[in-house]
Structures are given as C-alpha cells and as structure tokens.
Design a protein around this ligand. Structure first.
Ligand code: PMP
Length: 431
C-alpha cells in the first residue's frame, strides 16, 4: 500500500482547526473510510498527493475540469489576468464576452448573470422565479441536488409528494414549507401534483441529467412532460445545468432533451476551475433582476475577471464540439471495456457524455428509490483498494465519475482492467 503518512498528519492538524478537517463534507471520506488524500498538485489527468502518490483522476474536482488539471491555455490566460489585478468591483469587457458566449451557445439563455457558486446561482434563480410569478411554491425532485440554500435542503418522503421537512439542522420548517418534493421518473405523480397544486407553483427545478445521487438518466418523455405542465400552469421550469452545462455538448442537457427551459443555472465548467456560477434564461424574466427590476441580487466578486478568463478560455476550447465528441467516444469505450470484463447480472455502468456511474445492480435506476443501498455499500467498501490501485474515484457510491480531455485511451484501457479486477475481487469477497 502507498504511504499516506503526510496526508494522515495533515488530517489530524486540519481536524483541530476545521470542522471534520474539511471545507466540504464529502472530502472527509466518511462514507468510504480510509485516509482522505491531501493533494499537492494536478497534472493533466493525474492528481499527485502530498506523499508523492499519483492517481488517475476520475473526480476532476467534481466536474469543472473538463480539460484536465492545469490546462496550459487556461493557466496562461489566468496568469496574464492576474498581472492586471484580481478584482475591480466594476464591469469588465471579459464579463461581457463571457455573457455573449453563453447567450450565443444556449438557445434558452437570452440574458445571464454571473455569481460565484452553483448554490448561489440556484438560490438566485428561485428568488427570481418567485418574483416573476408572484407565487411561492417550488417543486424539486428526490435525488436531485441543487446546492445548500435553505429552501432546497428538504427531505423526500417515499412515493408521493411531500412538503418541506428540512434535511439539515438549522433550517427552519418555514424555509422548506413551500418546497414540494416528488420522485423522479413518475409521470402519474407529476400529473397529479400539477392538477392539485400547479396553479400556485412558482417553479419546478430539476437537474439537466440528475448526477448528484447516482447518474439517474431520465426518459425524455418525463422531462418534456415537466416542460409542458409548467407551461400550462404558468410556472417556470428551472434547469439546473451546474454539472451538465457545457459537459453534455455545448447546448447542455436542454439541447440533449430538445427543450427550452425558462431559467437555467450553471457552475463548474464555466469557471474553468475557478469559483463561478451563473443563471440565465428568458429576457423578460431576467429583466426583473435589480437594478432594472425589483428582485434583489448582488455579489462582491461576481463576474470576477480571473474566473471569467479561466471560464472563457475553457469554453472557447470546447466551442467546435470536437473535445465533446472525443470524450463521449472515450467514455463509451471505457464503460464497455469495464462491463465486458464483469458479470452483467450484478453490475452495470451508466454512461452519458463524459460521465459514468458504477452500480452494483443489474438495471440502471432512474429514481432515487430504485438505487440499491447494498450496491452503494459494495462501492464504498472497495473504494480504498481502488485508491491504493492509483485510481482517484469519488469517495461515495452516490457520486458520478468524470473524464477529461487529458485522459488518453491508453490510460483509460489500463484503468478499465484495474477497475474490473478490483470489482471482481469485491464481488468475490462478499458473495
Ligand atoms: N446544482 C448542481 C446540479 C450541482 O451539482 C451542484 C454542486 N455539486 C450545485 C448545484 C451546487 O454548486 P456549488 O457546489 O458550486 O455551490
């Protein structure tokens, strides 16, 4: 086993000064056990930890790094901007170029506003939808994550619609009381909800392709039904493309399904590795934002020039679609190389664009309820071995894996063989 001495020492120190030793909970490896690696640097498709171990990175900072670590063009653009200052608190040409680029790429986005995280983007889009419709109720789906703003931290019940039980301490019932939760992939529950509550709904929010609780690829019909019901009842449809934006092709998941949501939220890739979020959509809705309209929204570092240049450089490299199509091919090949070496009655891999998710169950789930908890335990148990084998996979069975343009066919073929053998070992040990 590789040495993790320095990571262990840093973990002990971190725990003394930061809750759980981390700044975002999943990094603590609570679900999978083992030592969270402290990272010293990223190089293309690899992460190198403080003990000098190298890992092929399938986490890619949870999605932003579609070009891999420290892409030379992104780094050069950032360095150039840093020399000119890191923030001005006034408008720049870069923001305008970035907004033009996004508006030019996404049919449904007529105007856009930049913020500093996906959470902030969603929180602001929800406020805007409520301001536009003058309604309070929002609908989300069990198995979709939209950041940690109060009104979205709600628990789901089983099956039918539930209203507002906070899923975190510190969130008052009053904050989630206007958030309804429905299961994914259930047309009948959706129709019933709209028949009963549709006329008081401000917005329904859904992840473009749900990818925070497994990769729960939805039927096109389900997403289109949501589009038509929101339209019919005068509610807005918010498409959360924080993961899927500029990952599932230039048009994101909206283009994948061929629909036009009213508002869309972005993050991750559009910051090229820097902290950025954005929300955008119909001009008549966006125009309600301050300073033109009554819906307040602001940010000291919003549209930050270093973040804008990192994002814009990334997006320009993606613009001709070649990177996306290569990534899709590589991902498909990787998924089939792993699955062909395994018993398909017990294991499956969901793959879309450059994302994949390993499940220890035969059929791919489309709803949170359909995910096998035993399957998740299988993944969690084998995680340490996978890491020791040089593959940095997300530290929870519910998280999806990403590949980047820096992942070569050779790297992926080697990784597929290694992963398949570790999965076989795990299946053997627990059968
Ligand atoms: N929405 C989605 C779909 C996400 O995947 C995430 C983050 N994983 C968020 C919102 C929140 O983004 P952030 O972590 O940047 O606040």
């Amino acid at each position: 086993m590789s040495s993790t001495e320095k990571s262990e020492r840093l973990l002990e120190l971190s725990k003394k000064v930061m809750p759980g030793g981390v700044n975002s909970p999943v990094r603590a490896f609570k679900s999978v056990g083992g030592i969270p690696r402290f990272i010293e640097r990223g190089e293309g498709a690899y992460l190198v930890d403080v003990d000098g171990n190298r890992y092929l990175d399938f986490c890619c900072s949870w999605g932003p790094l579609i070009l891999g670590h420290a892409d030379a063009d992104v780094v050069a653009a950032v360095k150039q901007q840093v020399d000119k200052g890191m923030t001005y608190g006034a408008s720049t040409e870069l923001e305008c170029q970035m907004a033009e680029f996004i508006v030019g790429s996404i049919d449904a986005v007529e105007k856009v506003r930049f913020v500093s995280s996906g959470t902030e983007a969603v929180m602001s889009a929800i406020r805007l939808a409520r301001g536009f419709t003058r309604r309070d109720l929002i609908l989300k789906f069990d198995g979709c994550y939209h950041g940690h703003s109060d009104h979205l931290l709600v628990s789901a019940g089983s099956g039918l619609v539930t209203f507002g039980q906070p899923s975190s301490a510190g969130v008052p019932d009053a904050m989630t009381g206007q958030t309804a939760v429905l299961p994914l992939d259930d047309d009948a529950a959706l129709e019933k909800f709209f028949a009963e509550h549709g006329d008081r709904l401000a917005a329904a929010i859904i992840e473009g392709i749900p990818a925070n609780n497994g990769l729960l690829v939805q039927r096109h019909d389900f997403v289109r039904l949501l589009r038509s019901l929101t339209e019919k009842h005068g509610a807005l449809m918010i498409f959360d493309e924080v993961i899927t934006g500029f990952r599932v092709g230039m048009g994101g998941a909206a283009a994948y399904y061929g629909i036009s949501p009213d508002l869309l939220t972005y993050g991750k890739i559009i910051g090229g590795g820097m902290p950025v979020g954005a929300f955008g959509g119909r001009a008549d809705v966006m125009n309600l934002l301050s300073p033109d309209g009554p819906v307040y929204q602001a940010g000291t570092l919003s549209g930050n020039p270093v973040a804008m240049v990192a994002g814009l450089t990334t997006l320009k490299k993606l613009a001709d679609g070649r990177i996306h199509s290569k990534l899709e091919q590589k991902n498909r090949k990787f998924v089939s190389e792993v699955t062909s070496q395994l018993d398909s009655s017990a294991i499956n891999i969901a793959g879309v664009a450059s994302m994949f998710w390993i499940v220890f169950q035969r059929d791919l789930p489309r709803s949170a309820e359909a995910i096998s908890k035993d399957g998740i335990s299988h993944y969690n148990r084998m995680h340490s071995k996978v890491l020791d084998g040089g593959l940095y996979m997300p530290p929870s069975g519910y998280e999806v894996c990403f590949i980047s343009a820096a992942h070569t066919d050779e790297m992926l073929t080697d990784a597929a063989a290694k992963l398949a053998s570790l999965i076989r070992e795990e299946a053997h040990e627990w059968s």
